[in-house]
Design a protein around this ligand. Structure first.
Ligand SMILES: Nc1ncnc2c1ncn2[C@@H]1O[C@H](COP(=O)(O)OP(=O)(O)O)[C@@H](O)[C@H]1O
Ligand SMILES: O=P(O)(O)OC[C@H]1O[C@](O)(COP(=O)(O)O)[C@@H](O)[C@@H]1O
Length: 512
């Protein structure tokens, strides 16, 4: 089944592009690669047999690999080149002649980059500098390099996702750990399933473990580390939530890394939102500090779709679809009442993507309130004024509000102002019931003799507790496989995701 999916993906336009890019970047020597083993190795990538069998490779992976020169040698080489450049710049021929007139303003910047000796006239054959105005201008051109400054070579923050020609990791001793952290999201179980099946079937990694209950599971009991294989995870994509369980908080860096080392994990796949990614970066840095050859990758999960750098997060489409059902119900309630208002609260702490997408696609919503746009209730341009005009015009109105919208309007006690969840996020007050009661009070005060109904629907947890829809399921597969391909190519400290239609892997630092 897995190979069928793999083949199917390869036939899509996206995979075709990826494969084309892979050909050009197949041997990327990037900084975010894990340190390779000391000697050249030959890896088996056969999923069904213990002996190498090139013909059976599902994604045409070559099974040989020659390690790049050790990092220190590269650094020494770079330092030597830098010193040589410095020497050229400081060479006597590069000094401006003492008696030359000061350069014109437009030429001043050129002083920073005198011409290198190799390109200047040899010192012995040089004539004494002329003091004539014409001579000075000639000199300036002879002594100063007019070519554009050399570009600083920067390594790219992204690389194409997908299988590489050569493996950077030996699959036989590899030991992978999967963990889910933070809130739920449709598709979490699909990602887990595809990681397990992908590691087994595509690369023959046999030791795959699920770590229970988020980051704290790494330093938990033995029961928190469950061996997973394709048979165990076979139907996980049909389930909402995460079979591994998830928690917030419990991030103790030293205990986590000690736990990882003690259990001999060589690959960590952390699935979670921005908090999880920050945690993964901390673990990545601790691996580097301790000189551990363990790779870590994050698979971005956010039902709110609030990771700007990727086109879309998995589970978001599913959540929008379910949100629409709530909007449909609110609309039916509103049109069936006299002066009826249907009010729906949707997820979205700091961004209103779910609310906005559900609103725009349903076409039944009159007003969508999101955290990005402040609003007020009373007076000119306020919510109540707008709703009154809509009710007069149509007889009903539908409002969608994202949970992070209008937080500043809700009165809160000092304790509530300070309240945080286990991961340190500020606890929001419930904007749905607040709006419902404010609407009721406003109508009673302003239109006491007219009928009025507010029906409030809160599908918050329903929209994220469902299994992923077809599109998200496929997307989860692509993400999970991209993560595996990256790790098996020898990368660490990255996140796979779609960027303007192409699936790439990002370095941590540009994500956070
Ligand atoms: N800045 C941080 N540094 C290290 N770990 C963090 C950080 N922020 C959150 N975490 C950890 O990441 C996990 C998930 O974070 P959380 O914010 O709850 O969810 P999400 O990943 O969905 O944003 C928790 O275990 C939390 O302790
Ligand atoms: O009730 P919980 O589990 O703390 O989660 C609620 C929060 O999680 C969210 O769904 C965000 O989670 P994501 O990390 O998936 O974006 C918010 O919209 C919501 O405030």
């Amino acid at each position: 089944m897995q190979n069928v999916i793999g083949d199917m993906l390869l036939n899509t336009k996206e995979q075709t592009n990826i494969n084309a890019m892979i050909r050009t970047v197949s041997h990327t020597r990037s900084k975010f690669k894990v340190k390779p083993p000391a000697s050249s190795v030959r890896f088996s990538v056969d999923s069904h047999q213990s002996t190498p069998h090139r013909a059976s490779l599902p994604l045409s992976l070559a099974d040989t690999w020659t390690p790049p020169p050790p990092l220190r040698r590269q650094q020494r080489h770079r330092r030597r080149r830098h010193r040589a450049d410095q020497h050229h710049r400081d060479a006597p021929a590069a000094q401006p002649p003492r008696r030359a007139a000061p350069p014109r303003r437009a030429d001043r910047r050129l002083l920073l980059r005198p011409r290198t000796p190799s390109r200047a006239t040899p010192t012995s054959s040089r004539r004494p500098p002329s003091t004539s105005p014409r001579g000075t201008s000639l000199l300036r051109h002879a002594f100063f390099d007019l070519s554009p400054p050399p570009r600083r070579r920067r390594s790219s923050p992204t690389a194409a996702a997908g299988p590489r020609e050569c493996l950077g990791v030996d699959p036989a001793p590899a030991r992978a750990a999967l963990v889910t952290c933070g809130g739920l999201c449709p598709g979490l179980n699909t990602v887990l399933r595809e990681l397990v099946v992908g590691l087994h079937e595509l690369y023959g990694v046999r030791d795959v473990f699920g770590v229970a209950a988020g980051y704290r599971g790494f330093y938990g009991a033995d029961e928190d580390h469950v061996r997973l294989d394709p048979a165990t995870v076979d139907d996980w994509h049909k389930k909402g939530g995460t079979v591994l369980k998830t928690t917030r908080g419990g991030f103790d860096l030293n205990k986590i890394v000690d736990g990882i080392v003690a259990r001999g994990y060589t690959q960590i796949y952390a699935i979670g939102g921005d908090g999880t990614m920050r945690g993964a970066v901390a673990i990545f840095q601790e691996f580097k500090r301790r000189g551990l050859n363990i790779s870590i990758t994050g698979i971005p999960k956010t039902v709110d779709n609030d990771i700007g750098i990727i086109d879309r997060s998995f589970g978001f489409q599913t959540a929008v679809e379910i949100a629409q059902q709530a909007i449909d119900a609110a609309h039916v309630e509103a049109v069936s009442a006299v002066n009826g208002i249907g009010l729906v609260k949707l997820m979205g702490r700091s961004t209103g993507h779910i609310a906005l997408h559900a609103t725009l696609s349903s076409r039944d919503v009159d007003c969508c309130l999101i955290p990005e746009v402040p609003f007020h209730l009373e007076g000119k341009g306020g919510l109540f004024e707008f709703l009154y005009s809509r009710i007069k015009e149509k007889g009903h109105a539908v409002i969608v509000v994202a949970e992070g919208a209008g937080q500043e309007l809700i009165p809160r006690t000092d304790d509530q102002k300070r309240e945080q969840d286990e991961s340190g996020n500020i606890v929001f007050l419930d904007v749905g019931p607040f709006l419902k009661s404010e609407l009721g009070r406003w109508w009673k005060r302003e239109h006491p003799n007219e009928l009025f109904t507010v029906k409030y629907i809160d599908p918050t947890y329903m929209i994220r507790a469902v299994p992923a829809n077809a599109t998200d399921n496929l997307y989860c597969t692509l993400l999970a496989h991209s993560a595996i391909h990256g790790v098996m190519a020898g990368f660490t400290g990255f996140v796979p995701g779609p960027k303007t239609g192409l699936t790439v892997i990002f370095r941590w630092k540009i994500l956070l």
